[in-house]
Write a protein that binds this ligand. Structure first.
Ligand code: ASP
Length: 435
């Protein structure tokens, strides 16, 4: 029998999840439904946990083995500068696009006036926001928001084992970069055993990723049944203009801006690249986590796009940590939307502050579900927007689908950098790219 391609398996799982969740909603709250949701939720949790389980060894081994394999320090410097340059250009264009769209559509206003119905939703803590969301948001996150310097502190963790245990990718990334660069400073004979070790560790992690992805359709099905079942409909309608604004801006970035960068900076066919990344994009969409998707992104970029291990190992872990186009764009729209609803005048200086804050905070946001909500709070506090906490709780009610979409954009942005840098480094991409 012909094997169904991985991205089709995921699409079928997503459709089946919507159908099953709608059926369960019809039956409503019988104990059988509760137990079914619990079992399916467990399957989903196990899938995400398995992906998270391999992130730390995968990132550490791929960066160290990749850097140690780079010929001389010069090669690294060149690739590093190109990668950071691409990330800066793509994130900046995302933020500016977000700002333009939110100012054009003005989803927080009706006939030029603040939408009072929405203000009501912001003022009364929304009943649709689940208790779990509220707890997740208020426990510790608000105190973090007051201290934006934490982003920089996380880059140099005082205890690398603790950073690894807490999944702090930014600290692990900086440490692995230092480790790999330090290795290049010794005679290669002396470093050979260490290089072999990290290379083999990386190969093993890639094998485990393959096994986990075989279970993806079941994990994604279990997770999505719960997500669809729990989403409330009323607040969706009220926030529809906001919702649509975000989706339009994300779609423009993914299907217009990034393809233009691919075409003009990399001379790469955007369609071929979108096709190559199907499985990673669907995994990002289903998991809402660019960190958890990283193993899949690395596989797609190497197997389907033909990027070398060296380039993929450097650009992708870095991108999954610091480059979040979708998140930066979203932060910008969310802050401006709340300001519109509250009737606050955001002049040029205030909007520039939003742009810079969105750029900086998107670097520090972790690649996990709803992580940008904390960043939005930081920006609102910076801009002096009152009652920010309540507004964010309201946005939480519709965050899931937006989170899924912006995570896919985040992952696509990283993958674009990988293929563009590979092309500039003279690598031969997969034959589908030249067809
Ligand atoms: N969920 C996003 C990601 O993992 C982060 C966010 O914007 O909340 O990339």
């Amino acid at each position: 029998m012909k094997k169904i391609a991985p991205h089709w398996q995921i699409i079928i799982a997503l459709i089946a999840a919507v159908v099953v969740a709608s059926l369960l909603k019809l039956v409503d709250t019988s104990p059988a439904v509760t137990s079914t949701l619990k079992v399916l939720g467990l399957i989903g949790d196990l899938f995400i946990q398995a992906l998270k389980m391999i992130i730390v060894p995968l990132v550490v081994s791929s960066i160290i083995a990749g850097l140690a394999g780079l010929a001389g320090f010069d090669g690294f410097k060149r690739m590093g500068l190109k990668t950071l340059g691409f990330y800066l250009v793509s994130t900046l264009s995302a933020v500016v696009l977000g700002l333009f769209i939110v100012n054009t559509i003005q989803p927080g206003l009706i006939d030029g006036q603040p939408n009072t119905e929405l203000l009501e939703v912001f003022n009364n803590a929304p009943s649709e926001t689940s208790d779990a969301d509220k707890a997740r948001f208020t426990d510790g996150q608000q105190s973090q928001a007051a201290d934006w310097t934490a982003i920089f502190k996380r880059m140099l963790p005082s205890n690398i084992v603790k950073a690894a245990a807490e999944g702090q990718l930014l600290g692990i990334l900086v440490f692995s970069l230092m480790f790999g660069i330090a290795m290049t400073q010794f005679p290669s004979k002396q470093m050979e055993p260490m290089k072999d070790f990290f290379q083999s560790l990386n190969d093993v992690m890639i094998k485990i990723t393959h096994w986990i992805m075989l279970c993806a359709p079941f994990g994604i099905f279990g997770m999505m049944v719960n997500t669809v079942y729990n989403s409330g409909a009323d607040v969706f309608l009220l926030l529809a203009p906001y919702f649509i604004t975000v989706l339009i801006a994300l779609a423009l970035h993914m299907f217009v801006v990034l393809p233009l960068l691919l075409k003009f900076i990399g001379k790469i066919s955007p369609i071929a690249h979108l096709k190559a990344m199907k499985t990673a994009l669907l995994t990002a969409f289903s998991t809402s986590s660019s960190s958890a998707t990283l193993p899949v992104t690395m596989r797609c970029v190497q197997d389907n796009a033909g990027v070398s291990k060296k380039t993929a190992s450097f650009t992708l872990p870095l991108g999954a940590t610091v480059n979040m186009d979708g998140t930066a764009l979203y932060e910008c729209i969310a802050v401006m939307f709340v300001a519109q609803v509250m009737g606050l005048e955001m002049g040029f200086a205030a909007q520039m502050l939003v742009v810079i804050s969105a750029l900086l905070t998107s670097i520090g946001v972790a690649g996990v579900p709803s992580a940008s909500m904390v960043a939005i709070l930081i920006i609102m506090n910076n801009c002096g927007i009152p009652g920010a906490e309540k507004a964010i709780l309201a946005l939480f009610a519709v965050d899931r689908l937006l989170d899924m979409s912006r995570t896919a954009v985040n992952v696509f942005g990283d993958s674009c950098a990988a293929v563009v840098i590979a092309k500039h480094e003279g690598e031969e991409l997969h034959p589908t790219y030249t067809k």
